[in-house]
Write a protein that binds this ligand. Structure first.
Ligand SMILES: [Zn+2]
Ligand SMILES: [Zn+2]
Length: 290
């Protein structure tokens, strides 16, 4: 019997809101969100196009596998790397960019507000690659060997979370997410919790952990999570591994080390294995086993 497929995950950008170029963050990284998945057939699924996508693009020179970019939403920190992604300048490349629907225009039109003058030196129509722009369909759809599911989640503006699964290996990506806003993560009906269906029993949950608990009090409704809420959410969804993501630009490596210790203690108190929680760091690679 053939071994069951797994998914290779590489984190290319883990910082939220704005890139940070400061030696105090170099261990975890200062690039904005980008996560690459390599499926069992070699196809690449890229989650978000923050500044981290630039370095990913450098590794794809000469490759020809299908390339799909899934945008969670169009806040600048999730799309600002697009114009620096080398495959978009390769005329032999076919790339599909997926994103959430919105009432004010197609995905292509909305992206072109950024990828056009006066903000950009080139226009989208000038990109040499063959790029198609697709609004994610409701429910689940197939990309090669993987099943992809997108659903709107609590953030500011139309924002998707994603679940990508191959066999029994499932990665859930919720980079900008505030599930605790207006409800209890402990007592609400699970089905009513934002993002729950996407994260349910995920092998790996990559989740917003932007704030400490005390910082969160000053940022209610900003669309991001306190670490303790991210962990409550993960526990409720029975995620097996949790990667805290979208670090606040003000959090240094030392701050993140402290948050990691706290998060592991909390996860143990919730009944989990402390070693299955980590703070996202750029260049981190992991293999998601079924
Ligand atoms: Zn963001
Ligand atoms: Zn956002």
């Amino acid at each position: 019997m053939a071994p069951e497929a797994n998914i290779q995950v590489t984190l290319w950008g883990v910082r939220g809101s704005i890139p940070v170029a400061d030696p105090a963050v170099f261990r975890h990284g200062g690039n904005t969100p980008c996560v690459a998945l390599r499926l069992s057939d070699g196809a690449r699924v890229v989650l978000d196009a923050g500044s981290g996508i630039r370095a990913l693009g450098d590794t794809l020179a000469g490759t020809r596998e299908p390339l799909h970019i899934l945008l969670s939403h169009l806040h600048l920190d999730h799309i600002q790397g697009l114009l620096f992604f080398k495959p978009l300048f390769d005329a032999d490349r076919e790339i599909t960019i997926w994103g959430p629907p919105a009432g004010d225009g197609s995905l292509r039109d909305r992206l072109s507000r950024y990828l056009s003058a006066p903000l950009s030196p080139i226009e989208m129509r000038e990109l040499p690659a063959r790029v198609s722009y697709r609004t994610c369909p409701p429910g689940t759809w197939r990309l090669g060997p993987a099943l992809v599911e997108a659903a709107l989640v609590n953030h500011r503006g139309p924002t998707f979370g994603y679940r990508i699964s191959e066999g029994r290996a499932a990665v859930c990506y919720l980079p900008d997410h505030e599930p605790a806003l207006g409800q209890s993560l402990e007592t609400s009906e699970a089905e009513w919790i934002s993002g729950y269906a996407l994260a349910r029993r995920a092998s790996v949950l990559i989740h917003d952990g932007q704030y400490t608990d005390s910082e969160y009090q000053a940022h209610l409704g900003w669309g991001h999570s306190a670490v303790s809420d991210a962990l409550l959410f993960a526990r409720r969804a029975e995620a097996r591994r949790v990667i805290l993501f979208h670090h606040d630009p003000a959090h240094s490596d030392d701050d993140l080390d402290g948050l990691c210790d706290e998060a592991r203690d909390r996860w143990s108190a919730l009944g989990g294995d402390a070693n299955s929680v980590e703070i996202a760091a750029e260049q981190r690679e992991l293999s998601v086993e079924p």
